[in-house]
Design a binder for this molecule. Structure first.
Ligand code: KIV
Ligand code: ZN
Length: 538
């Protein structure tokens, strides 16, 4: 079946339903458990992201899951909510009850179909499985109009029995047939061809819709889902960040952006709003305490970062030279050129000028030599280090504040206390500030904040281990909100508290520089404080 039909020369683009199972299958990832309150917050974000269906949990599995599904059903009236159930009456009853108040709802029931599952897990014959599937679909169908059936481990089932089960549940009134690659075993062409055969051979297949559900054990979940779309499915089941059992599920952001970026080749599109992808990914990662791999497509920290000199050079001339998507359209902060030993002169000069300094001649040469030395010693040269090097080259201090020293008293009881010496470079004054907090980072932040002439909210801390063994050095990335903007500072140190302190200071310095520039623009019309001169051309 060819699905990329054309009308004149424009390809026909089919809508694909995005069924998000982050809160059910995704939550089955080891260690990723969510509280009901977290589920509700994430479900709101999924609705904002524009998914079509949310599967918020497994109502029979716990009172908490039941309550979360119930509240999400009550609150998110514009999204279809799906209750999940085994082929067991009590499961169906719980799923039906939990989704009772949804604006639109669906029941999703699964039952294994492969011989290995039947023989070792269900201990049922094929006849018994077909009979049970029929009975439970008929039972559930009394309560809901939309009934999704999943033959679990379908890709290891074999056509004959798979067709038989699907035909039986369609006869009993199933409206959506989801064919899962439960163990991530299928190859893309096999998975696509399986749908084609089912659609062609199963009686009643023209009365139902088909859905793909892929696991990522061989890293093929997205490729398999795309193959299923090519074969004609109208729904794909996905999770944010690809979280899920073992190697996870098909990643929402990867699938959606593949369709978005290659829309005419795929002849399909989704209603997901890309601008909310990054925030959703961050929220899920934090709530599940599930870090995102640096090189994860779309949402990984390196996904839009470029280090090679030749790439940076191309990018500065035209972003399309090395980028196929616009990170800002995904809600990802820009400025992703990473300065290190592979960076070329052009990119370094460009970043320095973005920081407000133009270097030429002698100054550029001495700065460049110092940069190369530093880049040889460490992986990445961060902005605050760049400003130190530039400052040395032009004989000026460019950072508004310098964190001169930090002492923290920490332990396992009572408040932590930090004493922070901060130098205000413009005023030429150094002062000691004392901060307290429940933890050492909180205490340091409370101390540094007192040095700032503006409100700075410490909104996020990412910590990465950079070493093995006792050295225990770490990198801290701190996000600060100030003047309605967000700023990120980075620092790597042997002591992770110091890394967090310096990263916080670096982010606050960016905010202070921005603030100063805005003040200058208001006062003089120019960013550096020199009076603005109107030039009139006669
Ligand atoms: O992977 C799977 O088979 C599932 C089904 C129960 C849909 O998650
Ligand atoms: Zn699954």
């Amino acid at each position: 079946m060819e699905h990329q039909q054309t009308q004149g020369s424009a390809p026909i683009i089919r809508p694909i339903t995005i069924f998000d199972t982050t809160l059910r299958d995704g939550e089955q990832a080891p260690g990723a458990t969510l509280t009901p309150a977290q589920k509700i917050v994430i479900a709101r974000q999924l609705a904002k992201l524009g998914v079509d269906v949310i599967e918020p949990g497994f109502p029979i599995s716990s009172p908490g899951d039941f309550a979360a599904v119930q509240q999400i059903s009550r609150e998110l009236q514009t999204v279809e909510i799906c209750g999940f159930a085994r082929a067991v009456k009590a499961d169906i009853d719980a799923a039906v009850k939990a989704t009772q108040d949804a604006g639109r709802r669906r029941l999703h029931m699964f039952l294994s179909s492969s011989s290995i599952h039947l023989d070792f897990q269900l201990k049922k014959s094929r006849e018994q499985v077909v009979a049970l599937a029929r009975e439970m679909v008929a039972y559930g169908r009394q309560f809901v109009d939309e009934f999704e059936f999943s033959p679990m481990d379908a890709t290891r089932t074999g056509d004959e029995f798979l067709f038989e089960v699907i035909e039986a549940v369609i006869e009993e009134g199933a409206t959506m047939i989801n064919i899962p690659d439960t163990v991530g075993y299928a190859l893309p062409e096999e998975y696509g061809a399986m749908f084609t055969r089912v659609m062609k051979n199963v009686r009643g297949s023209d009365r139902v819709r088909f859905s793909a559900h892929c696991h990522n054990d061989l890293g093929l979940a997205v490729a398999n889902s795309l193959a299923a779309i090519k074969a004609g499915v109208s729904q794909v089941e996905v999770t944010i960040n690809g979280v899920g059992e073992r190697a996870g599920n098909c990643s929402l952001e990867e699938l959606v952006m593949a369709l978005e970026t290659r829309k005419s080749a795929m002849g399909a599109e989704t209603g997901v709003k890309p601008e909310h992808i990054f925030a959703t990914s961050q929220m899920v990662s934090r709530a599940m305490s599930f870090p995102i791999a640096f090189n994860k497509p779309i949402v990984g920290r390196n996904a839009f970062q470029h280090e090679a000199g030749i790439h940076q050079d191309g990018l500065l001339k035209n972003r399309n030279t090395y980028e196929i998507m616009d990170p800002e359209a995904l809600g990802i902060p820009r400025s992703m050129i990473i300065l290190g030993k592979h960076s070329g002169r052009h990119a370094i000069k460009h970043r320095v000028s973005e920081l407000g300094v133009e270097l030429e001649g002698e100054q550029m040469e001495s700065f460049y030599a110092a940069f190369k030395k530093m880049a040889d010693r460490q992986k990445v040269v961060h902005d605050h280090q760049l400003l130190e090097l530039v400052g040395a080259a032009v004989n000026q201090v460019l950072e508004p504040f310098a964190l001169k020293s930090v002492q923290v008293v920490t332990g396992d009881a009572g408040h932590r206390v930090a004493s922070c010496t901060v130098r205000d470079e413009a005023a030429g004054q150094e002062q000691v500030f004392i901060g307290t907090g429940e933890g050492p980072v909180e205490a340091v932040v409370a101390g540094i904040k007192q040095a700032l002439p503006f409100e700075a909210e410490f909104s996020d801390l990412e910590l990465y281990s950079l070493s093995s063994g006792e050295e225990a050095s770490g990198e801290a990335i701190v996000t600060v909100l100030a003047h309605g903007q967000s700023y990120r500072g980075v620092s790597a140190q042997r002591d992770i508290i110091m890394a967090a302190a310096h990263a916080f200071m670096a982010a606050c310095n960016q905010a202070a520089r921005d603030w100063k520039q805005q003040e200058n623009v208001q006062a003089t019309g120019t960013a550096d404080g020199t009076p603005h001169v109107e030039i009139t051309i006669p």
